[in-house]
Design a protein around this ligand. Structure first.
Ligand code: HH2
Length: 276
């Protein structure tokens, strides 16, 4: 059985897991300011849990293209009260952060997973997660959010993303982070053009060959806009279709803003598809 060791939880990945996004930010690309206070974020998180989120990803810094960095104190003021309020909700809590001091504080507060969009490039980040029991999501990003969409270039995007993720998993393993605690993510939209994103989503099977569960976050992203011509607030159908395609291609966790719709789509699709 495929299980992720995730802090206080052993998360079975036999059924695709739906991670609900909780952005405690004023400026996230699709819901900035909607849940910008801890109280609003906690209420939103509870709604996502009622809708059937298997785990939550709480973020206090937007990483949309061009986003400015947020200081440690500010990021902690956003995410820590949410982690503290939800720690006994019965589901694993992931925190989306690139900053080792934020990682340390949320792990002490009860977080079960650290989702680092910079892929634990900072050795200090590895130093924080290694001695804990948390799961780690290692995401690929070319460059930094402030500049990553200026002119992303790859010779072979699938090979390069795979190589980077493999290298980070090896670095984490050398520091004592077992593979059973790791998830990898190709980082849709992080230093990638629409055609890079499509190539990666089509080739998820190559990433699953690394022997670590794959997570995909494509919900409401500009790729959906490029494929449908729709603005950020009108990308639900496209996002759900992309989540199903990612699961079909091997993703075990999908990171989404719209939990209820995604869960329903997965349930129907799984019931109706021919047994493999
Ligand atoms: N995408 C976003 C943020 N964090 N983490 C992982 N592992 N994978 C992703 O695809 C991913 C991520 C961007 O989405 P969102 O959090 O809604 O936006 P913003 O960064 O503007 O807050």
């Amino acid at each position: 059985m495929l299980v992720l060791h995730c802090g206080r939880f052993s998360l079975s990945l036999e059924r695709p897991q739906v991670m609900g996004v909780v952005n405690v930010t004023p400026d996230s690309f699709s819901d900035g300011g909607c849940w910008g206070t801890p109280a609003a974020a906690i209420a939103h998180a509870q709604r996502l849990l009622e809708e059937g989120a298997d785990l939550l990803d709480i973020g206090g810094e937007s990483t949309r293209p061009g986003a400015p960095e947020v200081g440690v104190e500010e990021e902690l003021a956003r995410v820590l009260p949410v982690v503290q309020a939800l720690r006994d909700c019965g589901r694993p809590l992931s925190v989306d952060t690139r900053k080792p001091p934020v990682m340390r504080a949320v792990l002490e507060a009860g977080a079960d997973m650290i989702n680092d969009v910079s892929g634990f490039r900072d050795p200090a980040a590895i130093g924080v997660v290694a001695p804990s029991a948390c799961a780690v999501c290692v995401m690929h990003m070319q460059g930094e959010p402030s500049t990553m969409q200026h002119a992303p270039v790859y010779r072979d995007v699938v090979r390069e993303v795979k190589r980077m993720l493999y290298g980070r998993i090896e670095a984490l393993a050398a520091a004592g982070v077992a593979r059973e605690r790791c998830v990898i993510d190709p980082g849709i939209g992080f230093g990638k053009t629409p055609s890079h994103n499509v190539a990666l989503l089509r080739a998820l099977g190559e990433l699953t060959a690394l022997g670590v569960p794959v997570m995909v976050g494509v919900s409401r992203k500009s790729l959906i806009g490029a494929l449908t011509g729709r603005p950020t607030g009108d990308r639900l159908a496209g996002s759900v279709a992309a989540a199903l395609a990612a699961i079909e291609a091997g993703a075990r966790i999908v990171r989404v803003h719209d939990v209820a719709a995604t869960r329903d789509a997965i349930a129907v699709w799984q019931a109706l598809r021919a047994p493999t």
